[in-house]
Design a protein around this ligand. Structure first.
Ligand SMILES: C[S@@+](CC[C@H](N)C(=O)[O-])C[C@H]1O[C@@H](n2cnc3c(N)ncnc32)[C@H](O)[C@@H]1O
Length: 374
C-alpha cells in the first residue's frame, strides 16, 4: 500500500476491485465517461489499433486518444496502462528502437497485458520486445523500479482521476521525464470542486467521475511541480448516459480532455519568435495541430509567444521548426493573442461550448485569419 491514510487505502482497494472484479470488459462500464471519442481516428492510428489483440482491446477503458506527434524512437511511460491497448498501439509507432513501459496497480490488468507480449512482437516483426508491464502505483514510480529522467514521454488515459493524490502523480511524472520531455494525457475534469457526497460515491469514482479534478486545479498543480502551462489539445463533453448517476452529480459537469505538459530546462529563457514548421512528422506532414491555440501549416510563418517558443526550442520538436526571435523593434501581428495569456483558450468547458455552438475563436479574416497567428 502506498499511503498510510485509511481513506486513500480504501480508494486504492475499491479501484482495484472495480477494475478486476466489477469490470470484465468495456461494455460493463456504467457510464460513458470512459468511452468519449473526440475526433475520427487518423488512418495510421486506426491501423495500429487493428493490430492489437482482441482480449487487450476488450478491456480498454480509456477516455481519449493518447497519440502525441513525433514518436519515432521515443521511450514512453504509460501510467495506469490497464490491459495495455495504448502500449501496444504506441509500440508500433515508436518502432523497434523505441520502448513503452506500462504501470498499473491492478494485477489482473497487468497479467492480461503481459500475456500478449509475444503475440504482438511477432505481429510487429520485432526481434525483441519493446514493451514491458510493471505492477505498481503511479504515485510511487521509484518503488516500481523506474529510473528518473529516463522517458521522453509520459502518457496516461483516464487514470489520474482515480488517484487520491493527483499532485504526487504529476510530481512523479515530472521526475521520470527527461528534460525537454512531455506528459501527454487524457482524463476526466469537473466544472467545479466536487462536493463530498459525489467524491464518496464508489461507482462514480470507479467510473472516473467522482475523483475528477476541477480543471483549474490542473493548472495549479502542474505549475507547482515544475511543468510549463498546460496546453489543451482537445475536449469533449461527458453526458454519463445513466439517469440514476446523473441525479447524483446534479449540476456538476464533466469533460474528457487531453492536455500536454512540457518539462523545459529551468534556466531557459525565450522570447517571442517567428516559427516555421518544416513538415515531415509522420501523420502530420502538412499540418501540426499543436493545441487548441496553435496550428502550424508546413512552410507558414507563425508568431508564437515566449512559452511556446521555449517549448519548441527545448523539446523533441526543435528539429522540426525554424525558429527566429522577434526583435523588439519588429512589429508583431497587431491585435493578436501573442503574449496575452488571458486570451489563450485553456478552459476545456469553454472549448466544448465553442465546439457545440460551432463558434470558434477563429475568424475568416483579421488577426486570426489566413495570415494570422492563432
Ligand atoms: C479507466 S482504466 C484505464 C486503463 C487504460 N489506460 C486504458 O485506457 O484502458 C484505469 C486504470 O488505472 C489503474 N490505476 C488506477 N489508479 C492507479 C494507481 N494509483 N496506480 C497505478 N494504476 C492505477 C487501474 O488499475 C485501471 O487499470
Amino acid at each position: 500500500m502506498v499511503c498510510g491514510d485509511m481513506a486513500e487505502e480504501r480508494i486504492y482497494r475499491e479501484v482495484q476491485d472495480y477494475y478486476s472484479k466489477e469490470l470484465k470488459k468495456t461494455e460493463d462500464l456504467k457510464t460513458n465517461a470512459c468511452l468519449t471519442v473526440t475526433k475520427p481516428l487518423p488512418a495510421f492510428v486506426r491501423d495500429a489499433l487493428q493490430c492489437v489483440h482482441e482480449e487487450v482491446s476488450a478491456k480498454y477503458y480509456g477516455c481519449g486518444l493518447v497519440v502525441p506527434e513525433c514518436l519515432e524512437d521515443c521511450w514512453i511511460l504509460d501510467l495506469g496502462s490497464g490491459s495495455g491497448r495504448d502500449c501496444y498501439m504506441l509500440s508500433q509507432l515508436v518502432g523497434e528502437n523505441g520502448h513503452i513501459t506500462g504501470v498499473d496497480m491492478t494485477e489482473g490488468q497487468v497479467e492480461v497485458a503481459k500475456k500478449h507480449i509475444n503475440y504482438h512482437m511477432n505481429k510487429f516483426g520485432y526481434k525483441k520486445p519493446n514493451v514491458n508491464f510493471i505492477h505498481g502505483y503511479m504515485e510511487k514510480l521509484d518503488e516500481a523500479g523506474l529510473k528518473v529522467e529516463s522517458y521522453d514521454l509520459v502518457i496516461s488515459n483516464c487514470v489520474i482521476n482515480l488517484s487520491p493524490d493527483k499532485r504526487a502523480v504529476l510530481h512523479e511524472a515530472y521526475q521520470m521525464l527527461k528534460t525537454g520531455g512531455e506528459m501527454y494525457f487524457s482524463d476526466v475534469y469537473a466544472s467545479c470542486d466536487l462536493p463530498e457526497d459525489i467524491r464518496k460515491h464508489r461507482v462514480l469514482w470507479g467510473e472516473c467521475l467522482a475523483g475528477a479534478l476541477w480543471w483549474k486545479d490542473l493548472y495549479k498543480i502542474a505549475k507547482e511541480v515544475g511543468f510549463q502551462t498546460p496546453r489543451l489539445v482537445t475536449a469533449s463533453r461527458i453526458t454519463l448516459a445513466n439517469k440514476e448517476l446523473e441525479s447524483v452529480v446534479g449540476n456538476c459537469q464533466f469533460v474528457s480532455a487531453t492536455f500536454r505538459l512540457f518539462k523545459i530546462p529551468k534556466d531557459s529563457t525565450a522570447q517571442q519568435c517567428k516559427v516555421i514548421y518544416k513538415g515531415g512528422i509522420t501523420g502530420h506532414e502538412k499540418e501540426l495541430e499543436f493545441d487548441v491555440n496553435y496550428k502550424f501549416k508546413q512552410g507558414e510563418v507563425v508568431d508564437v509567444d515566449e512559452e511556446t517558443a521555449n517549448i519548441l526550442q527545448n523539446s523533441r520538436f526543435s528539429t522540426k521548426f525554424l525558429i527566429h526571435p522577434i526583435e523588439k523593434t519588429q512589429p508583431t501581428l497587431e491585435g493578436c493573442h501573442l503574449g496575452k495569456q488571458e486570451q489563450k483558450l485553456g478552459d476545456p468547458f469553454r472549448f466544448v461550448e465553442q465546439m457545440e455552438t460551432k463558434v470558434t475563436t477563429k475568424t475568416p479574416s483579421g488577426c486570426c485569419g489566413s495570415k494570422g497567428c492563432c
